[in-house]
Ligand binder design. Structure first.
Ligand code: DGL
Length: 271
């Protein structure tokens, strides 16, 4: 087997990273993937950075046992808490991380007000501080913690009246301040876009980082000459949850946007 035929590892605290996984499998249908949802420890948002870093390290070891050629940290909270640690610890491994897209939002805004919805862990991370200072010092960033939203997505309630009500309470202040951009600073929130539109209509341009992260992973594979050739047929996807595979399987099957012919297997994996 060639190194390029090995899978790409993707992980998150739960189902949110599937927004990145979905974009990635669409962009590169021949790639094999291993997805790990750390649902036994979800949500990461309120946890201490050291605990998240230790989860990220253990998950990375598991993905490396599965021979992953690249690891995508499909979680803003884990990136903020752990990406520097992972890069130091696993010097041979390439990682793609994610941070809130305040840079494009600051470029696009016409009102000078942008909204950022993220977890507590992401909002207090140094990464966000640094990016905001570098790219968004000329605009006002309305930061809002999305308490409870991750749990709703995990329970498949992303389109529920409860999700719309919670989002309305979080978005109203930034809408009143004139925000015209909304940065989704947590991968779970990509699944809330329909509910966000119900609240904000067309006032907010929603910036979902998932396509850009998938593209970054593709660019990195390309640069390292590690893209899977298209000749082997559609990719195989192994999806694991540290809690139990049922909810993960139901959620993936509801996405129904997998490239034709690709196959998925689901299992529980204690880590
Ligand atoms: N989906 C994750 C993120 O992007 C984690 C959210 C959580 O577990 O609190 O931040």
């Amino acid at each position: 087997m060639f190194y390029s035929e090995l899978p790409v590892g993707i992980f998150d605290s739960g189902l949110g990273g599937l927004s990145v996984w979905q974009q990635f499998t669409r962009l590169l249908p021949a790639e094999h993937t291993v997805y790990l949802a750390d649902q036994a420890f979800c949500p990461y948002g309120p946890r201490a950075a050291a605990e998240i870093a230790s989860r990220a390290e253990a998950i990375t070891r598991f993905l490396l046992q599965k021979k992953c050629k690249l690891i995508v940290v499909a979680c803003n909270t884990a990136t903020a808490a752990a990406i520097a640690h992972l890069r130091e610890r696993f010097t041979e491994t390439a990682f793609v991380g994610m941070e809130p897209a305040v840079k494009p939002a600051a470029k696009l805004t016409r009102t000078g007000h942008i909204g950022l919805l993220a977890t507590a862990g992401t909002l207090k991370g140094d990464l966000l501080e640094k990016t905001s200072r570098m790219h968004a010092s000329h605009v006002q960033v309305h930061r809002q913690e999305g308490t409870g939203l991750v749990e709703l997505v995990e329970r498949g309630l992303q389109d529920s009246p409860r999700a719309v009500a919670l989002l309305a309470s979080y978005l109203r202040p930034m809408l009143q301040a004139g925000a015209d951009q909304l940065v989704l600073g947590c991968t779970h929130y990509s699944f809330l876009i329909n509910s966000i539109i119900k609240v904000a209509g067309t006032q907010l341009n929603i910036i979902d980082p998932a396509p850009a992260v998938a593209q970054r992973a593709k660019d990195l594979l390309q640069q390292q000459n590690l893209l899977h050739s298209n000749t082997g047929g559609p990719g195989r996807h192994q999806l694991f949850s540290t809690l139990g595979a049922d909810a993960l399987q139901r959620f993936v099957e509801s996405l129904s946007q997998l490239p034709a012919g690709s196959s998925c297997s689901f299992a529980r994996q204690a880590i």
